[in-house]
Design a protein around this ligand. Structure first.
Ligand code: PMP
Ligand code: GLN
Length: 394
C-alpha cells in the first residue's frame, strides 16, 4: 500500500523494522490532488462540517477548563456514554470501566491491540484487500501477516481457505467489516464461521468496525460484540472521526473483555497515556442523542447514489457499494491500456479528479482495474467531480 521510501544511509546499528514502508497512498494521492488542483475523492475524509453541537461542546469543554490529562482509560462519562450506545444499538452489555478504552483514533487502537497480542515469530491473518495500517503494525512486532486474498466483485470470504492459513503460530485474525476498500459486509453466516474458526484454533480477533454505521440499502451490520463466542475473544475497534465527520479529531475506542483490556491498556498507557480531554467531553455529550448516529446510513447513501450517477455517466462500471465512505469503479471502458495506479494518476493530473488505486490494498499488488472514490463530500463537490468526469466522454 505504500511506496518504498528512499533508503538513505541509516547510522550503523539502525536496522529498519519496516524497510518496505514509505508514504501511504492516501498521503500520496491527496498531495497529487493538491498539486494539480484536483477534486480530492481519494483519501477518506468529509469536506462538510461536523455537527454544530459538537463544535460548541468542544469549545465549552475547553473553556470550562478541561485542558489537563484525561484518565488513562478515557473519561468515565464518555465510556459510560459508549456503553449506553452499545446497549441501545447492539443490545450488548459492556462494562464501561473494565471493557472500554478511549484511543487516539482507530489507528492507535489497532496498533495497540496488535502490539498487546503479537510476539516476535507469531502470525496474524489479514484479509486482502486490507487497510494499510494492519501489516506494518504486525511487522513492527516481529510477527508476520499471513494474507488471504479476496477477489472482486463480491470479495466474499472463503472461510475454508482462511482456516487453511491457520498454523500453530497464528494468534490473531484481523477483519474489517464493512471493508475498506471493497465495501463488502459480513452476513450472519460469516460471523458464525469466524467464531467457529477462532474457537476451534483458540485465536483472538481484531474487528475493525469503524464503518459500522455506514451500511446501506437496509443491510444489517453484524458486530463481533453481538456474538457470544467472538465477544469473549475480540478487540472491537471504532472511530468517532468516521462516525461524526471529524477525522481530524483522532478519537476512537476499543471494546474487549476485561483481561484483554488490561493488556491493551498496558500498551496504551505508554503509547499515548491519555486522549485529548476536551474532545472526550464533547463526544460524551454528542453520544447522548442517538439521532446523531442513527441518521448516518441515509445521509451517506444519498451521497453514494449522487456520485454513482456521475461515475456511470462517465463510463465507469460500478461495483456494489454496501457500506463505508467508498465506491469502487472499473475503468476499463475508459482506459483499458492503463493499470490502476497509472489510471488514478492520469485521472488526477489530466482530469482533475483524484481517486485511489485498489491494487495498493493487496500485498501481491494485483491489478483488477479498479479505483476507489470517496463520496463523503458535499453535493457541490460531488457534482463538480461529475462535471469534470463527464468530459471523459466529450
Ligand atoms: N480502519 C479503517 C478501515 C479505516 O478506513 C480507517 C481510516 N479512517 C481507520 C481504521 C483509522 O481510523 P482513525 O482515523 O480513527 O484512526
Ligand atoms: N481511512 C482513510 C482512507 O481509507 C485514510 C486515513 C489515512 O489517511 N490514514 O482513505
Amino acid at each position: 500500500m505504500t511506496k518504498p521510501s528512499q533508503r538513505g544511509a541509516l547510522p550503523g546499528p539502525f536496522v529498519s523494522k519496516l524497510p518496505d514502508v514509505g508514504t501511504t497512498i492516501f498521503t500520496v494521492m491527496s498531495q497529487l490532488a493538491s498539486e494539480h488542483d484536483a477534486i480530492n475523492l481519494s483519501q477518506g475524509f468529509p469536506d462538510y462540517p461536523c455537527h454544530p453541537a459538537l463544535l460548541t461542546a468542544l469549545t465549552r469543554a475547553a473553556e470550562a477548563g478541561h485542558n489537563q490529562y484525561a484518565p488513562m482509560a478515557g473519561l468515565p462519562t464518555l465510556r459510560q456514554a459508549i456503553s449506553a450506545k452499545l446497549q441501545l444499538s447492539r443490545g450488548v452489555t459492556v462494562d464501561a470501566d473494565q471493557e472500554i478504552t478511549v484511543t487516539a483514533g482507530a489507528t492507535q487502537a489497532i496498533f495497540t491491540a496488535i502490539a498487546a497480542v503479537l510476539h516476535a515469530g507469531d502470525e496474524a491473518i489479514v484479509l486482502d484487500p486490507s487497510y494499510d495500517s494492519y501489516a506494518p503494525a504486525i511487522a513492527a512486532q516481529g510477527a508476520t501477516p499471513i494474507r488471504v486474498g479476496l477477489t472482486a466483485p463480491d470479495y466474499a470470504v472463503d472461510w475454508h481457505r482462511l482456516e487453511q492459513a491457520v498454523t500453530p503460530r497464528t494468534r490473531l485474525i484481523i477483519v474489517n467489516n464493512p471493508n475498506n476498500p471493497s465495501t463488502s459486509l459480513f452476513g450472519a453466516s460469516d460471523i458464525d464461521a469466524l467464531a467457529a474458526i477462532a474457537e476451534r484454533h483458540d485465536l483472538l480477533v481484531l474487528a475493525d468496525e469503524v464503518y459500522e454505521h455506514l451500511v446501506f440499502d437496509d443491510l444489517t451490520h453484524h458486530s463481533v460484540l453481538a456474538h457470544p463466542v467472538l465477544r469473549a475473544r475480540s478487540f472491537a475497534i471504532y472511530s468517532f472521526g468516521k462516525t461524526f465527520h471529524a477525522t481530524g479529531w483522532k478519537i476512537g475506542y476499543c471494546v474487549a473483555p476485561p483481561d484483554m483490556t488490561t493488556e491493551f491498556r498496558k500498551i496504551h498507557q505508554f503509547l499515548v497515556f491519555a486522549v485529548n480531554a476536551p474532545a472526550q467531553h464533547a463526544m460524551a455529550e454528542h453520544l447522548a442523542d442517538p439521532a446523531h448516529w442513527q441518521a448516518l446510513p441515509g445521509f451517506f447513501q444519498a451521497r453514494r447514489d449522487r456520485l454513482a450517477h456521475g461515475l456511470v455517466a462517465a463510463g465507469f462500471k460500478l461495483l456494489p457499494s454496501h457500506g463505508t465512505y467508498f465506491q469502487l469503479a472499473d475503468f476499463t471502458a475508459i482506459r483499458h491500456d492503463l493499470d490502476d495506479v497509472a489510471f488514478a494518476r492520469w485521472l488526477t493530473i489530466e482530469h482533475g479528479v483524484a481517486c485511489i488505486p485498489v491494487s495498493v490494498f493487496h500485498a501481491d499488488g494485483r491489478d483488477e482495474k479498479l479505483v476507489r472514490f470517496c463520496f463523503a463530500k458535499r453535493d457541490e463537490t460531488l457534482d463538480a467531480a461529475s462535471a469534470r468526469l463527464a468530459l471523459l466522454n466529450a
